[in-house]
Design a protein around this ligand. Structure first.
Ligand SMILES: [Zn+2]
Length: 334
């Protein structure tokens, strides 16, 4: 009512007392506790600022639901090659990659299976040596093919996408047959979580590789600004399945690191309903039409997605801000 809450300093004081009295509170380091308090503070501030928009106040969370904590400078030490001391305990781990630079924060994370990960953020920065090719292309997402480029390049969805989807369905069915809360139910749930993990890892891996491939080959990549909700309505299936949004996020990260440009055109531009040859707009085009047949000029049998990709490229190139493009790109954009 008055926009007040237990602020972080009072909360800290209170917990400091608790830590002296109750052993349970000593299990994690003071920095981790501080991190929790900062998260609560942040959640309250957000709530008071945005409660009219429907943001909810921070609620009670079980310890079991707590997935991670972050340490800054203290509270941990790399003891030797593959061991780290966190608090008073020593943990063995293996590197997924070498740590470069000075460690800024260290986050301990637990996934749904109870596996633990350490995420290290450092101040290291890779030096960017832009490798320019002078190529620009528009891209359209498809259902059968993952991506189609305005130059005719097609990127097929890997087969494992479908295989994993079947596996996921099977795991879901198996879970629903078990009695909730029974041993077998927990086993089935673990299995389901493992399938989710597998899908996530494989998909991400493929997205990163594809992002590198595309940014190696093109300097400017143009996409439609996705209206995922609208697409979902249109196609009547899980768009999350295809994870276009995740891919675009990864692509943007990679592009930034390589000084390449990802550009989006307005989602209301009718890229599929416009003739890439003469500009004629055919409002009657439906999702069933897999090919573009122009009623104005005599363009026939252009694959629908390719027609869209060419349009996306043209519109994108004309709306590109020149300050986002490197001088070497000027020629080919013009
Ligand atoms: Zn035409």
């Amino acid at each position: 009512m008055f926009g007040k809450h237990l602020n972080q300093y009072r909360l800290m004081k209170h917990i400091a007392k608790l830590r002296k009295r109750v052993r349970y509170w000593q299990q994690v380091g003071s920095q981790a506790v501080q991190d929790i308090i900062q998260r609560i503070e942040k959640a309250y501030k957000l709530f008071f600022k945005q409660h009219k928009k429907g943001t909810r106040p921070p609620g009670f969370k079980k310890r079991k639901k707590y997935k991670s904590f972050t340490l800054k400078q203290a509270g941990y030490k790399f003891v030797c090659e593959n061991k780290i001391r966190i608090g008073k305990q020593v943990f063995k781990f293996s590197f997924s990659r070498k740590i470069e630079g000075k460690v800024k924060t260290l986050t301990v994370k637990r996934n749904n299976l109870g596996e633990l990960f350490i995420l290290v953020v450092t101040d290291h920065q890779d030096e960017i040596i832009p490798n320019m090719t002078g190529k620009i292309a528009g891209w359209d997402f498809g259902l059968r093919t993952f991506l189609i480029g305005s130059d005719g390049t097609t990127i097929e969805s890997p087969l494992f996408f479908k295989q994993l989807r079947n596996k996921l369905n099977a795991a879901n069915r198996s879970l629903s047959r078990k009695q909730k809360g029974s041993n077998n139910w927990y086993k089935a749930k673990d299995h389901l979580n493992r399938v989710y993990e597998e899908i996530n890892h494989k998909r991400h891996d493929w997205f990163w590789k594809l992002s590198h491939q595309l940014t190696d080959e093109y300097d400017v990549l143009i996409f439609e600004d996705l209206n995922l909700k609208g697409m979902q309505r249109l196609w009547g299936r899980k768009i999350s399945d295809l994870a276009f949004a995740t891919f675009l996020e990864i692509l943007q990260t990679v592009a930034e690191a390589k000084a390449k440009t990802i550009h989006f055109i307005d989602r209301f531009y009718p890229s599929t309903k416009t003739c890439s040859h003469c500009g004629h707009i055919n409002q009657e085009l439906t999702l069933k039409d897999r090919f573009w047949d122009c009623t104005s000029c005599h363009t026939k049998r252009i694959p629908r997605d390719l027609n869209a990709a060419i349009n996306i490229c043209r519109v994108g190139a004309s709306t590109l801000k020149l300050d986002t493009v490197r001088p070497s790109m000027m020629a080919s954009v013009a």
